[in-house]
Design a protein around this ligand. Structure first.
Ligand code: ZN
Length: 287
């Protein structure tokens, strides 16, 4: 059983790896697992590692590769980079994220982030992205992550697979129209997800960006509350939820950034916090 699974794993990895990258992979030792469940877990883990290495070699390959599909051809790597899911150089990182825009307040927020040399993620709705492509261009140019908050902000866990797919496709199309590039992140509205959403995102090669710190800024509309909820709630690896359509939230940005830094945390983009996200996986935080 173990030998069969190991062989199957080797074949799967070989199929997923471009030749240049495959040559760099270490030999796969015998699996240490002692039960079928452990072996399956080990296989999944190693497949994730293999995919991560493919992506590391593929530099700016967006969107990332869906499982089971052949990875894009990678250029010969100059020097293999160590795997880093935000890792050592980003141990104190936090992702601050803003949903439902872009809108009238977004440029002001981008100015604040730039002045503080901080980075964030913007989970955009397709109609707003079509309305403000210049804001998406600016986000990309200034190093922020752009994520897909769908087309119509419906609860994806109430929809069929095809409807979920359409919501995701429409969001991605809007982002690509503005920036020339897709995204590897979907934020399900209300955080509403289920197995159908897992499957649809996995099939499309995107990951689910959820959160572990909810500032409830849409309800409070109070900058002090937004700031204290973000700063007090955040730990290394957190994903903080806010909305850049509320002036009070944008007003709080300086306080949030300064407060996080005073705690020894650094606000970064999701692509920096989680450099090799797994398609379909739900991320509430790093680690
Ligand atoms: Zn939303």
């Amino acid at each position: 059983m173990r030998r069969i699974l190991t062989s199957a794993l080797t074949v799967l990895i070989a199929a997923a790896m471009p030749a240049a990258a495959h040559a760099q992979l270490p030999q796969i030792p015998r699996l240490p697992a002692s039960s079928s469940a452990d072996i399956q877990g080990e296989i999944n883990h190693r497949l994730e590692d293999a995919r991560a290495q493919v992506e590391d070699f593929s530099s700016q390959a967006f969107p990332h590769t869906a499982p089971g599909k052949k990875a894009p051809a990678a250029p010969a790597p100059k020097k293999p980079q160590p795997r880093n899911n935000g890792g050592v150089d980003c141990a104190n990182c936090v992702a601050i994220t803003y949903d439902d825009g872009p809108g009238a307040e977004t440029n002001r927020l981008l100015d604040k982030l730039k002045a503080k040399n901080a980075h964030a993620s913007f989970m955009v709705l397709a109609p707003n992205a079509y309305q403000h492509p210049e804001l998406l261009k600016r986000m990309k140019a200034e190093g922020h992550t752009i994520g897909n908050h769908t087309k119509s902000h419906r609860q994806l866990n109430t929809l069929s697979y095809d409807q979920v797919s359409q919501e995701i496709d429409a969001g991605n199309a809007a982002i690509k129209k503005a920036t020339g590039q897709g995204t590897r992140w979907v934020r399900p509205p209300y955080g509403a997800t289920n197995a159908t959403v897992d499957q649809a995102t996995r099939d499309k090669g995107v990951s689910q960006a959820l959160w572990d710190v909810d500032t409830v800024d849409w309800k409070d509309r109070n900058s002090d509350h937004v700031c204290s909820a973000a700063v007090q709630g955040a730990r290394a690896g957190s994903i903080v939820l806010m909305h850049d359509i509320h002036p009070t939230t944008v007003d709080a940005a300086d306080c949030v950034i300064d407060g996080l830094r005073a705690k020894g945390l650094e606000p970064v983009s999701l692509d920096r916090l989680l450099r090799t996200p797994v398609a379909g996986k739900r991320y509430y935080a790093r680690g």
